[in-house]
Design a binder for this molecule. Structure first.
Ligand code: GLC
Length: 617
């Protein structure tokens, strides 16, 4: 403890009860400082004077935004890990120079590893993890992710997304674990991985962070983001309250029971009611009924999107959202306007001071719980852990367990897999055979992801070359020429096709055909050579019957991330398949949305489907 003044500052006493620290600090804050704490700004506008002068509560990296600017593609120069820790610590230093020295929370979308950082371990996206049905695996991934996030100096990730995916036309399908609520509930174990395990008797709904190797998590997007009509991103979920609660809200109870610190409101609507302004759902249900005592954060420009045309009634949007129960606003750029408007709203009484105080108490509670007052800066001893061998092995295990075998042989008693590692000559083809960026998908280095060697990892082709024997000739052509195909001495072919990377609305897709002429490549190869097809995608894609019948084996690999070796581990037989479909594989998009409980349910492959190579013992 420092000066005599510090002696009287309960909030600075690490041995004082958290609620006493919260209330002591709140009692010392001006309205301006309270509004500052409710403000989250993007790093690009986080100047020292703004951070210290306005007592800003939080700074974030928007998708792809880092120390060197906003990564647009693989060609962007890569920031070093120390660039990240220096940047975050620099912001924190400025924040601590504010009158009351309240540390800020730096937040980032680490949604499948610390995916913003070059060289970080990139785990399979959630849809692939849902195929594993393995909550303990996902918890371990949370532990590893927390360490790699902390290594960059960051204590807060906007994860997990616990959307229940009802229509794969949705551009964020791959961020969901499943169409089945029970599978999503099971995968919420990642919260305990990220934040640590709350002790027995931990108060219900109270935020929890075990220590400096853990991060603040964020269950998102509350509520019903995966249930919109036609899968339109940020659209409207039309359903009864009972079904909203049963299908889409249930995973939040699991997150809250694990002490999740924050919940992000959804851009979407429920029966035409915008979630960002829904007092019933945000306050009466989430906070009062479910007992959530962390803080609710808006989505990016969530309040701006309420006021159309842009900015015409921003102040009204602030009033609606804050009164509904939003505690921290991801502004992220127009913080002066936000502060001016919210201060005016508080002074006029349109937003009661009691609401402001409740929001600030929740924010301060999370800051005290996470240890930020005692340890506001990065722990540089963690630098070596980013992309370390044990984390890559964990990611490889996750890839193995996520693969779903949909077809194995053209005749029942003649399985095609596992493949022979000592085959004489094999052909590798397709847009996704040698593209790390495609394997990782969106939210990887760049917001929407990108093609090419975007980070450190192994492509499917790399992995095949590592897996096969020294006498095996591997021929690789993305789109094999007639002369290449004319050769008759291939033992088999592996054709990897799928989706290019995307994020959010850019991923909304009503056709769901295999892009990059993938179907043509499959046909041209499979008509001549025994062929395994690997589909790398964020969701099921259309596979027509006349194409399926030509394929000898079919594997759904989802978006596996940096460790392509997990695929060859299984297709060459070192491990058997374990994955089960986390989402129905439709025949045609006209069937969407599919309901696996409906009598009319008629998918190509049903929810839970997954073959094994080796017959059950
Ligand atoms: C985005 C997403 C949200 C993300 C946030 C910050 O628009 O909707 O999932 O956490 O903004 O990047």
């Amino acid at each position: 403890m420092g000066s005599a003044e510090d002696e009287r500052c309960v909030y600075k006493d690490p041995n004082a009860a958290i609620e006493d620290r919260v209330n002591d600090l709140l009692s010392r804050m001006t309205l301006q400082e309270k509004v500052g704490q409710m403000t989250q700004i993007e790093r690009r506008v986080a100047t020292p004077s703004v951070l210290s002068g306005l007592s800003i509560g939080s700074v974030l990296s928007g998708g792809g935004s880092g120390p060197l600017g906003v990564a647009e593609s693989a060609s962007s120069e890569q920031a070093l890990l120390s660039d990240w820790t220096d940047m975050v610590d620099g912001f924190q230093k400025a924040a601590l120079e504010s009158r009351l020295g309240i540390p800020l929370i730096y937040g980032i979308d680490a949604v499948h590893g610390n995916n913003n950082i070059y060289g970080a371990t990139i785990f399979p996206h959630n849809i692939g993890l849902g195929a594993t049905r393995d909550g303990e695996l996902v918890r371990r991934i949370g532990v590893a992710t927390a360490l790699e996030v902390r290594a960059s100096g960051i204590p807060y990730t906007f994860a997990p997304c616990v959307a229940v995916l009802k229509d794969p036309r949705w551009g964020r399908s791959y961020e969901s674990y499943s169409e089945d609520t029970d599978i999503v509930k099971k995968m919420t174990a990642i919260v305990t991985g990220l934040q640590g395990q709350p002790p027995q008797g931990h108060p219900k709904g109270y935020p929890f962070v075990a220590g400096r190797n853990n991060v603040i998590a964020c269950a998102k997007h509350f509520v019903g983001d995966g249930g919109t009509e036609r899968g339109v991103n940020e659209g409207n979920t039309v359903t009864s309250y009972e079904d909203l609660e049963r299908i889409h809200m249930a995973p939040y109870l699991d997150c809250i029971s694990q002490g999740v610190c924050t919940v992000m409101a959804s851009y979407s609507s429920w029966n035409g009611r915008r979630l960002h302004t829904d007092y019933f759902l945000l306050t009466e249900v989430l906070k009062n009924k479910l007992g959530f005592k962390g803080f609710v954060i808006s989505d990016w420009e969530g309040l701006d999107r309420l006021s159309q045309p842009h900015g015409s009634n921003y102040r009204q949007s602030i009033s609606l959202a804050v009164n509904a129960g939003i505690d921290m606003i991801m502004v992220p750029f127009r913080h002066e306007q936000f502060a001016e408007d919210l201060i005016a709203l508080a002074e006029s009484g349109e937003v009661p001071i009691s609401r402001i105080d409740d929001a600030v108490q929740r924010i301060l509670r999370v800051k005290f719980v996470s240890g930020l007052f005692e340890h506001p800066f990065s722990d540089r001893s963690l630098l070596q852990i980013v992309g370390c061998k044990s984390h890559r092995e964990l990611a490889r295990e996750a890839v193995r367990k996520s693969l779903v075998l949909l077809k194995n042989g053209k005749e029942p008693m003649k399985p095609f897999l596992p493949l022979d590692k000592n085959a004489k000559k094999i052909l590798v083809a397709g847009s996704h055979a040698d593209d790390l960026g495609y394997q990782c998908g969106g939210w990887t280095v760049a917001w929407h992801g990108s093609s090419g060697r975007i980070t450190i990892g192994t492509t499917i082709l790399d992995a095949i070359k590592e897996a096969v024997g020294g006498n095996t000739e591997v021929i690789y052509e993305q789109n094999p020429s007639p002369s290449t195909l004319a050769s008759h001495d291939y033992t088999f072919a592996i054709v990897a096709v799928g989706e290019g990377p995307y994020a959010e609305t850019l991923g909304d897709n009503a056709e769901l055909a295999i892009p990059f002429n993938g179907t043509d490549v499959i046909k041209s190869v499979a008509e001549r050579i025994p062929t395994l097809v690997v589909v790398v995608s964020g969701r099921p894609l259309v596979i027509e019957p006349h194409v399926l019948e030509k394929i000898d084996a079919l594997v759904a690999a989802w978006l596996p991330g940096s460790e392509g070796t997990g695929i060859t581990d299984v297709v060459f037989g070192d491990y058997d398949f374990e994955g089960q479909l986390p989402v129905s594989w439709f025949r045609t998009v006209e069937q969407l949305p599919m309901d696996h409980k409906a009598n009319s349910y008629d998918p190509l492959f049903p929810l839970g489907f997954g073959l094994k190579c080796k017959k059950e013992a």
